[in-house]
Design a protein around this ligand. Structure first.
Ligand code: HEC
Ligand code: HEC
Length: 288
């Protein structure tokens, strides 16, 4: 997964956090299922909101999809016998406002096993909206799993934690009692996005998540501190003494090395499965 896919997760979290702020998650507890909209809609309300599709169109689209498409492409659009997975279809992923999908829905691909569906243009637009929520939810599992954060297996979460998180954290050290400081929903936001801004899971300014930078001048002298600003032309930092230093950049001069303590977190996000997310959160919730 490339970085552009990762970038919107924070925004999605913030939106989801705002959505759920002050209200209990709709579904919690072991054995809870995700809210099912019409026609096997597996995306949560948060995913619909974050994907910026019109909820009414998504609802109608889900029904039309169930009637006209699910028989071949499966109830969740993940494919059926002989018909491709639409959630991973590049044509669907690359689509904007139906430009690529609509022609397929207008004409079908009769020579390749997809008869012409006979839909009206509004129906096509609705189905496109519904499909975009499915791909959004698949690409942003954080919004997808909002509603049922503590359904995981804490024991498996502990194993995952020991294998992947234990090099930096300890359940009896820095994370002791973390479940007392955050409710489960915020806790999940904290560990998935420790630098997240806004919402209930907002970072406290511990400084441990700050990016640092070392600037090495042509003469060999180097200056380090908290990264305040960086672009192609300038880099600015705050030294431990509190002094603010700013340098003009020209190509590789001076040499600039940025260190992001949260890089491993960001890399983890690319590797986590839905089950890992549930399990780790279920484990962290026990750290009271
Ligand atoms: C009778 C089975 C059938 C039905 C019903 C059907 N499809 Fe298909 N669909 C297919 C097959 C088979 C393909 C692959 C065609 C090909 O190889 O180009 C396909 C291809 C597609 C593609 C192109 C995917 C890509 O990556 O190229 C889209 C989008 C799509 N279908 C959406 C829909 C939607 C939305 C509906 C409902 C309105 C629908 N299909 C109904 C069988 C079906
Ligand atoms: C390479 C080091 C590293 C790894 C690996 C790592 N983290 Fe972190 N984690 C950090 C740093 C640095 C912070 C920011 C600390 C702060 O802001 O207090 C952080 C913050 C957190 C926080 C927020 C703490 C708070 O008090 O708000 C949680 C929870 C957390 N990590 C859980 C995890 C989990 C779970 C894993 C494994 C899936 C993991 N981390 C893997 C370095 C790491």
């Amino acid at each position: 997964m490339s970085d552009w896919k990762f970038a919107p997760v924070g925004a999605a979290l913030a939106i989801g956090a705002a959505l759920l702020m002050g209200q209990e998650p709709a579904v919690t507890g072991p054995g809870a299922t995700r809210p099912q909209g019409a026609a096997g809609t597996t995306a949560s309300a948060a995913a619909i909101a974050a994907s910026k599709q019109d909820p009414a169109a998504v609802e109608r689209g889900g029904k039309a999809y169930a009637t006209h498409c699910a028989g071949c492409h499966g109830a969740t659009a993940k494919g059926g016998p002989g018909a491709p997975d639409l959630v991973r279809s590049l044509l669907v992923l690359d689509d904007e406002k139906g430009i690529l999908i609509a022609p397929v829905l207008r004409e079908g691909r009769p020579d390749k096993g997809m008869p012409k569906p006979n839909l009206t243009e509004p129906q096509i637009a609705d189905i496109v909206a519904w499909l975009h929520v499915q791909t959004y939810a698949a690409g942003h599992r954080v919004t997808y799993v909002f509603q049922d954060v503590v359904t995981g297996n804490a024991k498996k979460g502990e194993e995952y934690f020991n294998a992947n998180c234990g090099s930096c954290h300890s359940a009896t050290g820095d994370l002791a009692g973390i479940a007392k400081r955050y409710d489960p929903f915020s806790l999940q936001g904290r560990w998935l996005q420790p630098r997240g801004r806004g919402g209930r899971g907002a970072a406290k300014p511990s400084g441990k998540a700050d990016e640092t930078v070392t600037v090495t001048l042509p003469g060999g002298q180097s200056v380090s501190g908290k990264l305040e600003h960086i672009d192609d032309f300038n880099v600015a930092l705050r030294e431990p003494s509190g002094a603010y230093r700013s340098f003009t950049r020209e190509g590789d001069t001076p040499k600039v090395e940025v260190h992001d303590p949260l890089k491993p977190h960001n890399e983890l996000l690319h590797k986590l499965s839905d089950a890992d997310i549930h399990n780790v959160t279920a484990y962290l919730v026990t750290l009271k």
